[in-house]
Every structure is written in C-alpha cells, then in structure tokens.
Ligand binder design. Structure first.
Ligand code: ASP
Length: 346
C-alpha cells in the first residue's frame, strides 16, 4: 500500500512539473531577434458602404506607410519607442486621421491635441494634453518622458518644453481641414435641435480616427503610443483617454503593449489598457479574451464604444473593437502582415 501511495505521489509530482514547464515554455516563445509593429487609425462608424474604392485605397496606403516606417526602425535595430514614434508621425502628418494634421475641432472651433508614449521595459511614460502648436504631439510626449521627471504636461507648459527641445512648432492654422470643420458644424447643428448632449446619433457621428502604435523590438522590449485630436465638439479643456497612461496607452514587458481608440471617457473610467494587462498578468487570461472582456463586458456595458490593438510579449498581435470598424494593421519580422478597416465578416 505504502509503495502504491509513493508511486502515485511521484506521478502527481512529475505531472505538476511537466505542466509548469509547458506553461513556462508557452509564456516565453518569442523567437530571438524577432520584432513586430501593430497600428490603428481609430475606430467608429467604419463600414464598407461609407467608403469609395479611392478612399479605401488612400487609408490602406497611409496605414502601410506608417507600418513601413515603424518596421524600418525596428529592422535597423531601433528600439520599440522609436518605431512607435515613426509610425505615429506618419499618421499625424496625414489629414485622414484624427491626430496632428487631421485633428478634430472642439466646441469652440479649436484643436486641442493629446498624446502619450510608454516604455514597457522601465514603465517610463510621457504625455502631453491640450496642445495646439506642436506639429507632432507624440514627439513632445517622448520629450516629456525622456527629459523631465514628470509624466504629463498640458497646454502652454508642454509647448514651451517642446520648443525648447527643438520639436517642430506650427501656427494653429496648420491643423485646419474643411472636412473636420464640416463635422463640427454638423454635430453642432444637430445639438441645437436636441436637448440630449450625448445621444446615440451623435456618438455615431463622432469620427474617432485617433492613431496608435505598439511595437516589440529585437530585444523583446515593448512600447506603446497614442495620439489624438480627441472628439469632435468636445468641451474646451477636455482631456480624453489617449494621454492617460493605463487608459488609452499602456506597455509592460511582463504582459503586452496596448493603444486604444474610442469614446475616451469610458476608457478612462475602466482604466481600459491597464485592465487588459492586469487580466493577462493576474487572471492568466489570454489577450483575446482580456480584450473582449474589457471592450464588451465593461466599456460596452457602460455605453462606450471603440477598440484596442495589443502586442504581447511573444510578439503576437491581437485587436478587437465593439464599433462597426477600426483602421488597423500589423507587420512582423517573419513576413506576416495585414491591413484591415471593416469587420472581418464585411
Ligand atoms: N479616444 C479619443 C478621445 O476620447 C478619441 C478617439 O479615439 O478617436 O479623445
């Protein structure tokens, strides 16, 4: 009897060791020197029928350009922070997206932009909020991270710092686009006809278009960044989730990097990006389920809408959204790449 018990215990012990080994193997399966980048150009009312073939091509082309810029930085041995910056720069310089040149207008007819960046290795982070003279707010976020002891600077202070560090400054008229102005007027006209400030119709009209990127470099370090003009017709001084570390942006080498887009208030209230990372780290959830849990069971239940991109510590790409679509794409060192706009079923 004693022998049987000993054999049984030995068997149980060996099985436990085996399962721990398999788990660890699963947890560290990144190929040495591999790298990857994933980007988004915002989520929202993105349905095939709303876009002409030319428009679809223009978005695809710009997303490809951004992916290539980030990929090139990684390929040349650059760190993930540089890749995130490079990809976001391309999108900020395009009027197609709600960041930099294509930023939306607030209720006073001005642009107030937010951006943030985070290093998953050190958890260092930088952010700027409510700026309107910095051509590429993501560069200023990086300066806040690298050159100050702070995480976030707003408005005038952020602009003084950016200028001091040689970041390109522009007159606020640089950010003018007729398309965004028309969107503001459309929403404001609707608002004057309705007593409800945020009703479903208005939410549908908001073009999210925020941009974001997450990269993992050859050393396995993850970085994430997000840049936005916020939401059309937002109140003066309103700050969304994009510059808030843990809400719109998060990176941690232990789990993943994330950039979000959508109705920012809900992403702030659920601390969305950090929540996803926590579910992976502490609940052992896989990234797919963690994204779904936060986007659908938390944000969606509160009435929020949007999406997130995620790159895990093994270089696997995930994304999800509870809106009709999301501009998105990735490029990996194993040659795999993809660009999508609509729901996969469309
Ligand atoms: N999340 C952004 C904000 O609320 C908007 C967006 O994603 O387009 O400021």
């Amino acid at each position: 009897m004693k022998r049987i018990i000993t054999i049984l215990l030995t068997f149980l012990f060996l099985t436990a060791c085996e399962s721990t080994l398999t788990k660890n193997k699963k947890e560290n399966n990144r190929k040495p020197n591999s790298f990857a980048i994933v980007i988004h150009g915002g989520a929202g009312g993105i349905k095939k029928e709303y876009f002409t073939k030319e428009q679809q091509d223009a978005y695809t082309q710009k997303l490809q350009e951004a992916l290539n810029a980030g990929y090139k930085a990684l390929e040349n041995g650059g760190i993930s922070l540089d890749a995130v910056e490079a990809a976001i720069n391309v999108l900020e310089n395009s009027p197609l997206f709600n960041a930099g040149k294509g930023a939306v207008y607030n209720s006073e007819g001005k642009q107030e932009m937010d951006a943030s960046i985070m290093d998953g290795k050190t958890l260092n982070s930088g952010a700027v909020a409510g700026v309107n003279h910095i051509k590429n707010p993501i560069l200023a976020a990086r300066v806040v991270m690298d050159s100050t002891e702070h995480v976030m600077l707003s408005g005038r202070g952020a602009e003084i710092l950016a200028k001091k560090y040689g970041i390109e400054m522009v007159d606020s008229t640089y950010f003018y686009t007729q398309k965004r102005l028309d969107q503001l007027h459309k929403i404001q006209n609707k608002e004057s006809r309705t007593s409800l400030l945020i009703n479903k119709e208005l939410i549908d009209d908001h073009k999210y278009g925020t941009v974001g990127a997450v990269a993992i470099d050859k050393n396995g370090n993850i970085a994430a960044g997000t840049s936005t003009g916020g939401m059309t017709n937002k109140k003066y001084g309103r700050i969304g989730d994009s510059p808030i570390i843990g809400a719109g942006t998060y990176a941690n080498n232990k789990t993943c990097g994330i950039s979000a887009t959508g109705t920012g208030e809900y992403f702030i209230r659920t601390v969305a990006a950090h929540e996803v990372s926590n579910l992976i780290q502490y609940k052992n959830m896989n990234p797919k389920n963690a994204l779904h849990e936060v986007l659908f069971n938390q944000i969606g239940k509160l009435g929020g809408e949007g999406g997130m991109i995620l790159l895990d510590k093994n270089g696997n790409v995930y994304w999800d959204f509870n809106s009709t679509g999301m501009f998105r794409g990735y490029k990996k060192s194993d040659g795999e790449q993809k660009i999508e706009m609509f729901k996969e079923t469309e």
